[in-house]
Design a protein around this ligand. Structure first.
Ligand SMILES: Nc1ncnc2c1ncn2[C@@H]1O[C@H](COP(=O)(O)OP(=O)(O)OP(=O)(O)O)[C@@H](O)[C@H]1O
Ligand SMILES: [Mg+2]
Length: 309
Protein backbone atom coordinates (compact mmCIF):
# COMPACT_ATOMS: atom_id res chain seq x y z
CA UNK A 1 0.00 0.00 0.00
CA UNK A 2 1.34 3.48 -0.75
CA UNK A 3 0.95 6.20 1.82
CA UNK A 4 0.18 9.88 1.38
CA UNK A 5 1.58 10.55 4.83
CA UNK A 6 3.82 8.52 7.11
CA UNK A 7 4.36 10.07 10.51
CA UNK A 8 7.04 8.39 12.62
CA UNK A 9 7.64 8.94 16.33
CA UNK A 10 6.51 12.54 16.25
CA UNK A 11 6.91 14.44 19.51
CA UNK A 12 6.09 17.98 20.49
CA UNK A 13 6.91 19.57 23.81
CA UNK A 14 5.81 23.20 24.07
CA UNK A 15 7.94 25.78 25.85
CA UNK A 16 5.81 25.53 28.98
CA UNK A 17 6.81 21.85 29.23
CA UNK A 18 3.48 20.47 27.93
CA UNK A 19 4.09 17.23 26.00
CA UNK A 20 1.38 17.53 23.37
CA UNK A 21 2.69 14.62 21.25
CA UNK A 22 4.58 11.73 22.78
CA UNK A 23 5.87 9.66 19.85
CA UNK A 24 2.93 9.38 17.46
CA UNK A 25 3.03 7.05 14.44
CA UNK A 26 0.43 7.49 11.73
CA UNK A 27 0.16 6.06 8.22
CA UNK A 28 -2.44 7.62 5.95
CA UNK A 29 -3.05 5.49 2.82
CA UNK A 30 -3.11 7.34 -0.49
CA UNK A 31 -6.70 7.99 -1.57
CA UNK A 32 -8.14 7.39 1.89
CA UNK A 33 -10.68 9.48 3.79
CA UNK A 34 -9.04 9.45 7.19
CA UNK A 35 -10.50 10.61 10.51
CA UNK A 36 -8.07 11.71 13.22
CA UNK A 37 -10.12 11.66 16.40
CA UNK A 38 -9.46 12.47 20.03
CA UNK A 39 -10.90 14.40 22.95
CA UNK A 40 -10.15 18.10 23.51
CA UNK A 41 -6.45 18.60 24.12
CA UNK A 42 -5.48 15.20 22.66
CA UNK A 43 -2.85 16.71 20.35
CA UNK A 44 -4.71 16.69 17.02
CA UNK A 45 -4.10 20.34 16.17
CA UNK A 46 -0.48 20.13 17.34
CA UNK A 47 0.03 17.29 14.85
CA UNK A 48 -1.76 19.14 12.04
CA UNK A 49 0.07 22.40 12.71
CA UNK A 50 3.38 20.55 12.49
CA UNK A 51 2.31 19.16 9.10
CA UNK A 52 1.27 22.70 8.07
CA UNK A 53 4.63 24.14 9.20
CA UNK A 54 3.11 26.53 11.75
CA UNK A 55 4.47 24.57 14.74
CA UNK A 56 8.00 23.12 14.94
CA UNK A 57 8.22 19.47 15.99
CA UNK A 58 10.50 18.48 18.87
CA UNK A 59 11.50 15.22 17.14
CA UNK A 60 10.27 12.72 14.59
CA UNK A 61 9.96 12.22 10.84
CA UNK A 62 7.20 12.74 8.30
CA UNK A 63 7.19 11.42 4.74
CA UNK A 64 4.69 13.13 2.46
CA UNK A 65 4.05 11.39 -0.89
CA UNK A 66 7.56 9.96 -0.69
CA UNK A 67 9.18 13.33 0.16
CA UNK A 68 10.72 14.35 3.48
CA UNK A 69 8.20 16.89 4.78
CA UNK A 70 10.69 18.82 6.92
CA UNK A 71 13.45 18.94 4.27
CA UNK A 72 11.40 19.46 1.12
CA UNK A 73 8.90 21.99 2.41
CA UNK A 74 8.41 23.86 -0.83
CA UNK A 75 7.45 20.82 -2.88
CA UNK A 76 5.27 19.50 -0.07
CA UNK A 77 3.43 22.80 0.39
CA UNK A 78 2.54 22.84 -3.29
CA UNK A 79 0.82 19.47 -2.98
CA UNK A 80 -0.74 19.84 0.44
CA UNK A 81 -3.76 21.90 1.50
CA UNK A 82 -4.36 22.59 5.18
CA UNK A 83 -7.41 24.05 6.88
CA UNK A 84 -6.27 25.17 10.34
CA UNK A 85 -8.54 25.19 13.39
CA UNK A 86 -7.86 28.85 14.11
CA UNK A 87 -9.33 31.36 11.69
CA UNK A 88 -6.97 34.07 10.49
CA UNK A 89 -7.45 36.27 7.42
CA UNK A 90 -6.31 39.62 6.31
CA UNK A 91 -9.59 41.45 6.95
CA UNK A 92 -9.02 44.00 4.20
CA UNK A 93 -9.38 41.58 1.28
CA UNK A 94 -12.50 39.92 -0.10
CA UNK A 95 -12.79 36.12 -0.54
CA UNK A 96 -12.04 36.17 -4.29
CA UNK A 97 -8.87 38.24 -3.78
CA UNK A 98 -7.78 36.08 -0.87
CA UNK A 99 -8.05 32.99 -3.10
CA UNK A 100 -6.06 34.68 -5.87
CA UNK A 101 -3.35 35.77 -3.44
CA UNK A 102 -3.17 32.26 -1.95
CA UNK A 103 -2.63 30.73 -5.43
CA UNK A 104 0.35 33.03 -5.85
CA UNK A 105 1.70 32.05 -2.44
CA UNK A 106 1.66 28.41 -3.48
CA UNK A 107 3.61 29.42 -6.60
CA UNK A 108 0.76 29.05 -9.11
CA UNK A 109 -1.02 31.43 -11.46
CA UNK A 110 -4.60 31.82 -10.14
CA UNK A 111 -7.02 29.47 -11.90
CA UNK A 112 -10.03 31.80 -12.07
CA UNK A 113 -12.42 29.10 -13.26
CA UNK A 114 -11.50 26.88 -10.30
CA UNK A 115 -11.75 29.83 -7.89
CA UNK A 116 -15.29 30.51 -9.14
CA UNK A 117 -16.16 26.85 -8.77
CA UNK A 118 -14.80 26.78 -5.23
CA UNK A 119 -16.76 29.90 -4.28
CA UNK A 120 -19.85 28.31 -5.75
CA UNK A 121 -19.41 24.90 -4.12
CA UNK A 122 -18.65 26.43 -0.74
CA UNK A 123 -21.65 28.75 -1.15
CA UNK A 124 -19.59 31.90 -0.96
CA UNK A 125 -20.35 33.33 -4.43
CA UNK A 126 -22.73 35.97 -3.15
CA UNK A 127 -20.18 37.00 -0.51
CA UNK A 128 -17.18 36.97 -2.87
CA UNK A 129 -16.90 40.76 -2.96
CA UNK A 130 -17.44 41.38 0.75
CA UNK A 131 -14.65 42.37 3.02
CA UNK A 132 -13.44 39.25 4.92
CA UNK A 133 -14.24 40.89 8.25
CA UNK A 134 -17.91 41.16 7.19
CA UNK A 135 -18.18 37.38 6.88
CA UNK A 136 -19.89 35.29 9.55
CA UNK A 137 -17.98 32.58 11.45
CA UNK A 138 -19.40 29.79 9.27
CA UNK A 139 -18.55 31.72 6.07
CA UNK A 140 -14.98 32.26 7.27
CA UNK A 141 -14.59 28.55 7.98
CA UNK A 142 -15.76 27.80 4.40
CA UNK A 143 -13.36 30.38 3.01
CA UNK A 144 -10.59 28.62 4.89
CA UNK A 145 -11.58 25.38 3.13
CA UNK A 146 -11.58 27.16 -0.27
CA UNK A 147 -8.15 28.57 0.52
CA UNK A 148 -6.73 25.11 1.21
CA UNK A 149 -8.09 23.79 -2.09
CA UNK A 150 -7.15 26.66 -4.38
CA UNK A 151 -4.01 24.94 -5.72
CA UNK A 152 -5.77 21.57 -6.22
CA UNK A 153 -3.60 19.70 -3.72
CA UNK A 154 -3.27 15.90 -3.79
CA UNK A 155 -3.72 15.74 -0.03
CA UNK A 156 -6.00 17.91 2.11
CA UNK A 157 -5.83 18.14 5.90
CA UNK A 158 -8.75 19.76 7.68
CA UNK A 159 -8.80 20.62 11.37
CA UNK A 160 -12.48 20.71 12.37
CA UNK A 161 -13.67 22.07 9.01
CA UNK A 162 -17.33 21.99 10.03
CA UNK A 163 -17.04 23.61 13.47
CA UNK A 164 -19.61 26.39 13.59
CA UNK A 165 -21.13 25.48 10.22
CA UNK A 166 -24.92 24.96 10.31
CA UNK A 167 -26.45 21.51 9.75
CA UNK A 168 -27.53 21.87 6.12
CA UNK A 169 -24.34 23.51 4.96
CA UNK A 170 -22.34 20.96 6.88
CA UNK A 171 -23.99 18.18 4.90
CA UNK A 172 -23.19 19.92 1.62
CA UNK A 173 -19.62 20.55 2.73
CA UNK A 174 -19.19 16.84 3.54
CA UNK A 175 -20.70 15.96 0.11
CA UNK A 176 -18.10 18.18 -1.54
CA UNK A 177 -15.31 16.50 0.42
CA UNK A 178 -16.63 13.08 -0.49
CA UNK A 179 -16.59 14.14 -4.15
CA UNK A 180 -12.98 15.36 -3.87
CA UNK A 181 -12.04 12.05 -2.28
CA UNK A 182 -13.81 10.05 -4.99
CA UNK A 183 -11.80 12.02 -7.55
CA UNK A 184 -8.55 10.91 -5.90
CA UNK A 185 -7.76 13.48 -3.21
CA UNK A 186 -6.55 12.01 0.08
CA UNK A 187 -8.37 13.63 2.98
CA UNK A 188 -7.31 13.69 6.62
CA UNK A 189 -9.62 15.48 9.02
CA UNK A 190 -10.39 15.99 12.65
CA UNK A 191 -13.92 16.37 13.86
CA UNK A 192 -15.98 15.97 17.01
CA UNK A 193 -18.99 14.88 14.91
CA UNK A 194 -18.40 11.15 15.25
CA UNK A 195 -21.56 10.11 13.46
CA UNK A 196 -20.39 11.96 10.35
CA UNK A 197 -16.87 10.56 10.64
CA UNK A 198 -18.32 7.04 10.80
CA UNK A 199 -20.39 7.63 7.69
CA UNK A 200 -17.71 9.30 5.59
CA UNK A 201 -14.31 8.02 6.58
CA UNK A 202 -12.76 4.71 5.62
CA UNK A 203 -9.84 4.96 8.07
CA UNK A 204 -9.64 6.20 11.62
CA UNK A 205 -7.01 6.93 14.25
CA UNK A 206 -7.74 7.86 17.85
CA UNK A 207 -5.21 9.80 19.88
CA UNK A 208 -5.38 10.94 23.50
CA UNK A 209 -2.88 12.78 25.68
CA UNK A 210 -0.38 12.86 22.86
CA UNK A 211 -0.41 9.10 22.27
CA UNK A 212 -1.97 7.02 19.52
CA UNK A 213 -4.52 4.58 20.90
CA UNK A 214 -5.50 2.93 17.62
CA UNK A 215 -5.22 3.37 13.86
CA UNK A 216 -6.98 1.12 11.38
CA UNK A 217 -9.78 0.86 8.86
CA UNK A 218 -13.13 2.18 10.11
CA UNK A 219 -14.73 -1.21 9.52
CA UNK A 220 -11.90 -2.96 11.34
CA UNK A 221 -12.29 -0.72 14.37
CA UNK A 222 -16.06 -1.08 14.52
CA UNK A 223 -15.81 -4.88 14.17
CA UNK A 224 -12.82 -5.55 16.41
CA UNK A 225 -13.61 -3.59 19.54
CA UNK A 226 -17.05 -5.16 19.73
CA UNK A 227 -19.97 -4.20 17.59
CA UNK A 228 -22.37 -4.65 20.48
CA UNK A 229 -22.54 -4.18 24.22
CA UNK A 230 -24.47 -5.78 27.04
CA UNK A 231 -26.25 -3.00 28.94
CA UNK A 232 -27.18 -3.72 32.58
CA UNK A 233 -29.11 -1.23 34.65
CA UNK A 234 -28.69 -1.09 38.44
CA UNK A 235 -30.35 0.90 41.18
CA UNK A 236 -27.16 1.16 43.24
CA UNK A 237 -23.95 2.86 42.12
CA UNK A 238 -21.22 0.48 41.01
CA UNK A 239 -18.03 0.14 43.04
CA UNK A 240 -14.59 0.71 41.57
CA UNK A 241 -13.68 -2.82 42.69
CA UNK A 242 -16.56 -4.28 40.61
CA UNK A 243 -15.31 -2.39 37.58
CA UNK A 244 -11.81 -3.73 38.07
CA UNK A 245 -13.14 -7.29 38.32
CA UNK A 246 -14.96 -6.81 35.00
CA UNK A 247 -12.00 -5.10 33.31
CA UNK A 248 -11.70 -7.91 30.72
CA UNK A 249 -15.05 -6.75 29.27
CA UNK A 250 -13.99 -3.09 29.03
CA UNK A 251 -16.77 -1.75 31.30
CA UNK A 252 -18.15 1.73 30.73
CA UNK A 253 -20.53 3.51 33.09
CA UNK A 254 -23.37 5.58 31.67
CA UNK A 255 -25.52 6.96 34.51
CA UNK A 256 -27.10 3.99 36.31
CA UNK A 257 -26.09 1.61 33.50
CA UNK A 258 -22.97 -0.41 32.89
CA UNK A 259 -21.99 -1.32 29.34
CA UNK A 260 -19.88 -4.43 28.78
CA UNK A 261 -18.24 -5.25 25.48
CA UNK A 262 -19.55 -8.32 23.63
CA UNK A 263 -16.99 -9.89 21.32
CA UNK A 264 -17.73 -12.14 18.38
CA UNK A 265 -15.88 -15.41 17.80
CA UNK A 266 -14.93 -16.51 14.26
CA UNK A 267 -18.32 -18.15 13.74
CA UNK A 268 -19.94 -14.76 14.40
CA UNK A 269 -21.47 -15.70 17.78
CA UNK A 270 -20.95 -13.31 20.66
CA UNK A 271 -19.96 -14.22 24.22
CA UNK A 272 -23.24 -12.99 25.75
CA UNK A 273 -23.56 -15.86 28.25
CA UNK A 274 -20.04 -15.60 29.61
CA UNK A 275 -20.28 -11.82 30.03
CA UNK A 276 -23.77 -11.93 31.54
CA UNK A 277 -22.96 -14.70 34.06
CA UNK A 278 -19.76 -12.99 35.21
CA UNK A 279 -21.53 -9.63 35.51
CA UNK A 280 -24.36 -10.85 37.72
CA UNK A 281 -21.91 -12.79 39.91
CA UNK A 282 -20.00 -9.57 40.50
CA UNK A 283 -22.83 -7.03 40.51
CA UNK A 284 -25.95 -9.07 41.37
CA UNK A 285 -29.18 -9.27 39.35
CA UNK A 286 -29.81 -6.22 37.18
CA UNK A 287 -32.99 -4.09 36.99
CA UNK A 288 -32.92 -4.42 33.20
CA UNK A 289 -30.77 -6.16 30.60
CA UNK A 290 -30.45 -5.45 26.89
CA UNK A 291 -28.01 -5.60 23.99
CA UNK A 292 -27.04 -2.40 22.24
CA UNK A 293 -25.24 -2.09 18.95
CA UNK A 294 -22.17 0.07 19.25
CA UNK A 295 -21.39 2.89 16.89
CA UNK A 296 -18.21 4.90 16.50
CA UNK A 297 -19.14 7.16 19.41
CA UNK A 298 -19.47 4.16 21.77
CA UNK A 299 -16.19 2.70 20.55
CA UNK A 300 -14.48 6.09 20.90
CA UNK A 301 -15.72 6.50 24.49
CA UNK A 302 -14.70 2.96 25.33
CA UNK A 303 -11.18 3.30 23.96
CA UNK A 304 -10.53 6.72 25.49
CA UNK A 305 -12.02 5.69 28.86
CA UNK A 306 -10.15 2.37 28.97
CA UNK A 307 -6.94 4.31 29.12
CA UNK A 308 -8.06 6.18 32.23
CA UNK A 309 -9.07 3.06 34.25
N1 LIG B 1 1.23 26.91 22.06
C1 LIG B 1 1.04 26.06 23.07
N2 LIG B 1 1.74 26.18 24.21
C2 LIG B 1 1.57 25.31 25.23
N3 LIG B 1 0.69 24.30 25.23
C3 LIG B 1 -0.04 24.14 24.13
C4 LIG B 1 0.07 25.00 22.99
N4 LIG B 1 -0.81 24.60 22.04
C5 LIG B 1 -1.44 23.53 22.56
N5 LIG B 1 -1.00 23.25 23.79
C6 LIG B 1 -1.41 22.14 24.68
O1 LIG B 1 -1.14 20.91 23.99
C7 LIG B 1 -2.18 19.96 24.20
C8 LIG B 1 -2.73 19.51 22.86
O2 LIG B 1 -3.42 20.60 22.28
P1 LIG B 1 -4.06 20.52 20.82
O3 LIG B 1 -4.53 21.88 20.47
O4 LIG B 1 -3.06 19.88 19.92
O5 LIG B 1 -5.29 19.53 21.09
P2 LIG B 1 -6.52 19.11 20.14
O6 LIG B 1 -6.53 17.62 20.11
O7 LIG B 1 -6.44 19.81 18.85
O8 LIG B 1 -7.78 19.61 20.98
P3 LIG B 1 -9.20 20.25 20.48
O9 LIG B 1 -10.10 19.09 20.15
O10 LIG B 1 -9.68 20.96 21.70
O11 LIG B 1 -8.95 21.15 19.33
C9 LIG B 1 -3.18 20.64 25.12
O12 LIG B 1 -2.92 20.26 26.45
C10 LIG B 1 -2.93 22.11 24.91
O13 LIG B 1 -3.26 22.84 26.08
MG1 LIG C 1 -7.63 21.16 17.93
Amino acid sequence: MSYALEVKQLTKTYRNGKQALQGVDLSVPEGSFFALLGPNGAGKSSLINILADTVKPTSGHVTFLGHDLFRERRWCKQHLGVVPQEIAFDPFFNPRDILKIMSGMFGFKPDLKWIDELLERLELSEHAHKNARQLSGGMRRRLLVAQALVHKPKVVILDEPTAGVDVELRKRLWDFMRELNTNGTTILLTTHYLEEAEELCDHVAIIDQGKRLTSQSMKGLLDSVGSSALVLQYAKPMSQQALLTLAQFSPRIDGDKILLCLKKDHSGKNNFNAVYQTAIQVLGEAKSVRIQNEDLEDVFLRITNEKKT
